[in-house]
Design a protein around this ligand. Sequence first.
Ligand SMILES: [Zn+2]
Length: 302
Amino acid sequence: MSTISPNNPTQNSTEINTKLIKNSLSPMMKMHNENATTSQDPTIQYVPTEETVTAEDPAETDSVVNFDDSDVQDKLEEYQNSFLGKIISEKTIRKNSIRNVLGNIWCNPKGFRVEQIDDKLFHFFMDEKIDTKRIIQGNPWVFRNSWLIVQPWKRDIDVRSLEFHHAPIWIQLWGLPPHCKTKQMGIKIGSASMGTAVLASELYKYPKNKLIVKIKVNLEIYKPIKAGIHIRSVKDGVHWIDFRYEKLPHFCFTCGLIGHIETNCKLRDTKTDAESTNQNVLGPWLRSNQFGRMFIDYKDRK
Ligand SMILES: [Zn+2]
């Protein structure tokens, strides 16, 4: 295998560095590299890449430039107040519309600006830490009926490798028998139906004094939305529990996935009658804009 790694005195570090650099090559560099017979080929013109590459510590004989935070202070402050956001939608998104709409939703934070990293991934900058914190705490956001999932920028992670697979969402559990409205039931139903840890389980008061158990889960956003689940006990029999999701964007009522609607669904014509008559019937009623009022149970009061 030819190497493009400079001045590696040992076999091991040569292999490591070659691998690291090869993996980060721009298409132009890859093409050159595949055709190269030796690293000294004078016809090879390497094009600098914008991607960052971490490497092993250089050998003692290598020259290296040492730096610390004081050398990058200005940029570091700018980046520390920034966060990344991904739009979960098959629609085309323009940076200008992101900036205008989200600027309004977020009350025009001081110094607000947006960089587009790829067609769905954006890097948001603002001057005040308090704004960044407030927006990250409000995750996820709904942008033109699609989710924008946000997470803080971290200096040691390449932004393109960040995963946006989960959204912290509140789900209301409707249909529980009154004596089953406990936080423990919320945890049990949430972990069984969502396959993930329940972040919170609380009692909420709704109009007409209805008491509802609400759970917060890290919803897996690339899995179909569930309409509800059965619960069963020897003494209480079987009950169907309806789920109502808060801050749920548009989703497909055919396949249950977020990011497109029925007219663009690949399963639109393939869904069988049996599938469409099962209990996971999906519709706009799964979205709830009624957030209720948190209710402190008498036994939790001090
Ligand atoms: Zn679909």
